[in-house]
Design a protein around this ligand. Sequence first.
Ligand code: NAG
Ligand code: NAG
Ligand code: NAG
Ligand code: NAG
Length: 914
Amino acid sequence: MVNPSPASFWTQANALLRKNLTYQRKHIWTNVRLILVPLFLCLLLLAIQKVLDSLLKSISDMSDCGSNAGLLGVNCAIPNPPLLPPMLQIPQDELRSVKADFFSYRDLPDKSCRVTGSCPVTILVTGDKLSLGKALSANIFTATSFVVNSSNLLPTLANNVLGSTVSAGKDNYEDPGFGYDIPIYSIQSSCSANSTWPLSIGQFHADVKCVQGLCLWRNNSIEVNDEIYKGSWRGNPAGMTNEVAAAYDLMSTDRKNFNVTIWYNSTYTDDLRVKLLRVPRSINLISNAYLKFLKGLGTNILFEFVKEVPKQETKNNQDIASMLGPLFFTWVVLLLFPVILTSLVYEKQERLRIIMKMHGLGDGPYWMISYAYFLTISMLYLITLVSFGSAIGLRFFRLNGYSIQFVFYFIYLNLQISIAFLFSSIFEKVKTVTVVAYILVYGTGLLGSFLFQKLIESESFPEEYIVGLELYPGFSLYRGLYEFSQFASRGTGMKWQDISDSGMSEIFYIMSVEWFLVLIVAFYIDQVFSSGKSPFFFLVNPFKKPSSLPRRPTVQRLDSKKVFIDMEKHDVTQEREKVQKLRNEGSTGHAILCDDLKKVYPGRDGNPPKMAVRGLYLSVPLGECFGMLGPNGAGKTSFISMMTGLLRPSSGTALVQGLDICKDMNKVYTSMGVCPQHDLLWETLTGREHLLFYGRLKNIKGSSLTHAVDESLKSVSLFDGGVGDKPAGNYSGGMKRRLSVAISLIGNPKVVYMDEPSTGLDPASRKNLWDVIKRAKQNTAIILTTHSMEEAEFLCDRLGIFVDGGLQCIGNSKELKSRYGGSYVFTMTTSSEHEEEVERLVKSVSPNAKKIYHLAGTQKFELPKQEVRIAEVFRSVEKAKSNFTVFAWGLADTTLEDVFIKVARTAQAFIPLS
Ligand SMILES: *[C@@H]1O[C@H](CO)[C@@H](O)[C@H](O)[C@H]1NC(C)=O
Ligand SMILES: *[C@@H]1O[C@H](CO)[C@@H](O)[C@H](O)[C@H]1NC(C)=O
Ligand SMILES: *[C@@H]1O[C@H](CO)[C@@H](O)[C@H](O)[C@H]1NC(C)=O
Ligand SMILES: *[C@@H]1O[C@H](CO)[C@@H](O)[C@H](O)[C@H]1NC(C)=O
């Protein structure tokens, strides 16, 4: 079969696309479920909306807006707000200002008034003119009897200065000062003892209690400030509270100008909107006093009532989507991030990506196809969200321009996918990445809602900082959704002309730039980390010819132990000389040429560095199968990993078809096949689909592809009975193994690495597999590791025994056996009294025989080959049989296993313990 040329970018992309389509078709429900998530969320919103609507409706049905106008003011129309008498906020009895050690003022009342509950309400007055101040002070409170004119209540309330110790309510449609069991105070210049009057307004009854109002002069506003400050319980060392009701600074007021500053305590309630209810009375008090001062005591400004503006009914049709606001939709959109990220990292963790790469899938097609897939899924997800959201009537989606929404989501989703690619280049484990991604999703939403939104809404936070925060993609998403919800709740929706006012244009700009930057960085990191390129690979001049075959002088290091071993291993030395010769000649004919390949793992936790491969020389021509034997941990896997591009050699290099594995690994991949130790297969794809995919990657097309796949399936006996059309997940271990071998051989690669291809196979399948490999090797160089000596003998043209990072010997199995075996093993079992006779017999045939085993009549001897003639052995045994009873005997040639054990033992004995 003619070898196809390496697959082009589009062929690879096509192969991956077809594989992914097949794969996704089998996981169609996973995809559909994902796309339908927004539908479920929308239905959930709809359900909540319905519940909320009916709840609000029942509340407004229950309440009678007429009488409970105040209570349910939020919902009911209040066409005629009640008139409320203006009251002054006064401190409670026991907190009113009295003489104290930390005050120097003697004009305050004595502490004893607190016991009797008769402390006056103090008002401080200051200003530029003492006399004016004193005159005004005298006019603030008057002494009147509290007379209730029941036919006209308002003037009564207006003429008397009423005060309350209860703070104002939540809204200005009612005054909690008028409550049952709460005294109302009438503040007068002096009170006769126990003066209280009953007050009845309709059903409401309360006692009006007289309290003395005391106006005290202070020299300047600093003193007033100081006194008020010290009067609060935190302000003085004694922790004693000395509160005043209000304070006035008259400043430059004279007969022509009235100029006054008023102190009032704003901490009575946290709600800024309600202070007005209690503050107007203090303004009226001082203005009235000034008017009396100018025009005489008879003049009066009546302050009859305060009244809130009438109010329309607050509509109950709260839009739940706008209420949940950007937080909810931020989560919905961000939810895609973990999905994409875990899927990317999964392919990396399960090494599916690298195995595809080893069979020639370039990074470009991989990125393009994966990106396109995620973008499609994401867009479908968002389209579902927006269309169902609009269908159920969410204003969030309905009102905002669809083209703006499309552009916004499109850019954001691209950015999100790029970030997922970036993360997937950094993370290795699905578990870690899942945790990180979900923390990011929830953290972003919560931070957005509880911090970022506050900052956007804050007047004082500079706009540039907001833009700075939007550099974090989660916040730009949040900002966009926030703007959408703002425009939706305004009832207009966002149009293209609004985008510059709303900060949306900056978001578009930021996200687009980030999208490209992140994509570039992600690709770069991916190249450096997973493709093992140098961090500065892009600096390499692409026009420079690769310096073909650098010739390094080989320095022979002389270290006594090494020389000793090297003397024994002249086959290894020969191989090295051959490699050096080939390299010096610049020959590219050999399929595999390893030149002083080394791998050193750096020492960790105080351990010395580990030499996994110590300077390996090896040449494997086309058509040869090279078997690598060696005990576990000898470095075989490190060697294969270097050859397949999983690991970078610490020094030295290897040429595959004349291409340097350190420089041109991507080209090497196009003519390489790998059968890894652990099967790397997609559970849901069938054997045929696997082969079709890898076949396409190897640039086989059309009918020759079908043919090649059929042949391949037949060759590993997966064709009959439609086994090849069953999902690989259902295969037995042996079938998976055979499929892996078939994958490694499809497309006639020039170089194939097989890591223990026949483990776990029954003898029949194994034989079958060997035939496949034998047939395949005609035009291919195969490097095979195995623990089965039988397999090595059957398949391999040459063998190398690899111990502790180095080849101990190289040669075909016959050579090895004769070199390292060189003896027969003679075994004989007799009854124990004849043991000496057996020994004598052996010595007669072979004087240099060595006894290697002895137990209860069974003895084993090693007979050097050169002095033994087999015929003689038979003859002697026949003769011996007539003398004594021989239960069993045998003569065996050395097996490869003996060679292996011997080589491994001797080599390890010489290895320094470092
Ligand atoms: C009560 O108010 C009415 C209406 O303003 C007024 O005519 C009447 O004189 C007042 N009565 C007293 C005792 O002030
Ligand atoms: C306020 O001023 C008056 C007169 O100028 C003075 O007698 C008095 O000591 C001053 N009070 C304080 C607390 O400084
Ligand atoms: C203001 O009112 C609060 C609440 O009643 C009180 O705790 C605080 O001491 C008052 N401050 C002053 C300066 O009187
Ligand atoms: C009121 O007093 C303040 C502070 O002394 C002064 O700046 C302001 O001009 C005065 N206003 C009038 C109208 O006199």
